[in-house]
Design a protein around this ligand. Structure first.
Ligand code: BG6
Length: 490
């Protein structure tokens, strides 16, 4: 199937860090249709060959087997082209139209990986140049807006010139293999669904911890913060995936309808819960990878008096029959103790104890997103033969020990699995919207986080935490008030 993929922001950070490696992997796996062209667009004055060289030089930062050999890159590079554009100039879109007309590909994907402030302008200009025909699909990167009003403004401007089925709002967490496995586990098996509810589940924890700081993105990050960068999108999408009702089929709208219901059922914030159930933090100097690292305010591009949060911990509930009263905890941050993303489903304890067993919730299902991609089922097992210990053989004397069933998807299905961006780019080319976010979902998520944004504007500022730790102690205190603790902090 022939396609043209136009990459606005073709020399930008996302293009070379995520998109080009993902396209190359798809090419290597043989899943990228060969009759395709990838057109990088940026302001720099480059020829096709210079663009290819630039991309190749950036691939040298790719580690191990993922780095292409020169022969492989040469084959891949024949798909790469470059067009210099000033995104504010209509004439430049006319040149793009000209370039696209040469091939008349079956599908034209416009990937808008520019600064968010340009999204609306680019989409309007695409339409003005007549490039919004039925074969066109537009991919919009996050963040789509910085609050509900700006998100609505973008969605409404884009909605005027494109149909919803042409708009692919990307959230790369939905492309992670473990998230698709969460859907498969929940809706492809009968085992868990009957117990996937308030009667059996004590709490659910979503952790997305990064050990990296803000790297070179200080100036951008300072305008964004962890709530807008990770919670409004990735964390709430994970929460939807774990809490949604089974969809009536696997079509995009059936899935998105169910996610939307979860977002609508999130308990609205009140002055009381804003104080008790929301913690934000900012890292100070500390240790990462065994070395001293600077605090957030000393990162390049960050103002020394910045009040931007690099850590958020929240507690919420979903007001519906399945989940009423079950706490959902979300925690994310930069410069935490390790890179670790997982969802923990903690089941209720046994109603009556006949064993000597460790206290607390022992049954939990962990969906590991990274660094490992897999599932763990934690339970208790008989640790030793109690007769040898001089016991009377009665069950009440037995000693139970925690054990876990561990499913490592990389080992099971091979490490060369399809990565998040690779999966999502192929889905756009194929026109599959299942793993993309609809405008109403996105607006609902903004509506829910907005009271936090407002209340943080005038509070005492984020709480400090040392780089290399698990965030401010108020985060553990928040969950401890419910009688729980965050899962393993290793
Ligand atoms: C991005 C955020 O959406 O997700 C980054 O903008 C963050 O700040 C990244 O580092 C995390 O993605 P992953 O896949 O590395 O967990």
């Amino acid at each position: 199937m022939s396609f043209d993929l136009v990459l606005f922001g073709g020399t930008g950070d996302l293009a070379w860090r995520k998109l080009m490696p993902a396209l190359f992997q798809a090419f290597r796996h043989g899943s990228l249709p060969q009759d395709g062209r990838i057109v990088g667009v940026a302001r720099d004055d480059l020829s096709d060959d210079q663009y290819r060289e630039l991309i190749q030089s950036r691939f040298s930062a790719v580690e191990g087997a993922k780095r292409p050999s020169p022969e492989e890159f040469k084959k891949f590079a024949s798909m790469l082209h470059y067009l210099r554009m000033d995104l504010s100039k209509p004439a430049d879109y006319a040149s793009l139209a000209e370039l696209l007309k040469q091939r008349d590909a079956k599908t034209v994907v416009m990937y808008v990986a520019t600064a968010p402030a340009l999204f609306t302008q680019v989409v309007e200009q695409i339409a003005a140049a007549g490039l919004n025909g039925p074969r066109t699909r537009v991919v919009l990167e996050k963040p789509l807006g910085h609050d509900l009003a700006s998100n609505r403004a973008i969605n409404s401007a884009v909605g005027k010139v494109l149909e919803e089925r042409q708009i692919f709002r990307i959230d790369h967490y939905l492309g992670k293999p473990s998230v698709q496995n969460l859907f498969a586990m929940r809706f492809g098996n009968a085992l868990f669904e009957p117990i996937w509810r308030r009667e059996h589940i004590a709490n659910i924890q979503i952790t997305m911890a990064e050990d990296l700081g803000v790297e070179k993105r200080g100036a951008f990050y300072d305008q964004t913060g962890a709530l807008r960068d990770m919670v409004q999108n990735h964390a709430l999408q994970l929460l939807c995936a774990v809490a949604m009702e089974p969809p009536i089929n696997a079509h995009a709208d059936a899935i998105r309808d169910e996610k939307l219901k979860v977002l609508r059922a999130l308990k609205p914030w009140t002055p009381e819960t804003l104080g008790l159930h929301a913690v934000r933090g900012q890292y100070t100097a500390g240790t990462a990878y065994g070395e001293r690292v600077p605090g957030y305010r000393d990162e390049p591009g960050v103002p020394p008096e910045s009040r931007t949060e690099t850590f958020v911990a929240l507690r919420t509930e979903i007001a519906n029959w399945r989940w009423a009263g079950v706490p959902f905890y979300i925690r994310t941050g930069k410069r935490l103790a390790s890179r670790d993303a997982r969802i923990e489903v903690n089941f209720r304890p046994t109603p009556h104890a006949i064993y000597r067993a460790p206290a607390g919730n022992v049954n939990k299902l962990v969906i590991n997103l990274q660094p490992k991609d897999g599932l763990e089922l934690h339970m208790l097992a008989q640790a030793q033969d109690n007769r040898q210990r001089g016991g009377n053989g009665h069950a009440s004397a037995a000693q139970l020990a925690p054990v876990q069933l561990d499913l490592d998807f990389d080992k099971r299905f091979g490490a060369e699995r399809v990565g998040a961006y690779e999966r999502l780019l192929l889905d756009v080319i194929d026109g599959r919207l299942n793993l993309f976010v609809r405008s109403d979902e996105q607006e609902e998520a903004w509506r829910w986080v907005e009271p936090l944004i407002d209340s943080w504007e005038s509070d005492g500022g984020p709480r400090p935490y040392a780089a290399g730790t698990w965030g401010p102690s108020a985060s553990s205190a928040m969950i401890a008030r419910d009688g729980f603790a965050w899962g393993e902090e290793q």
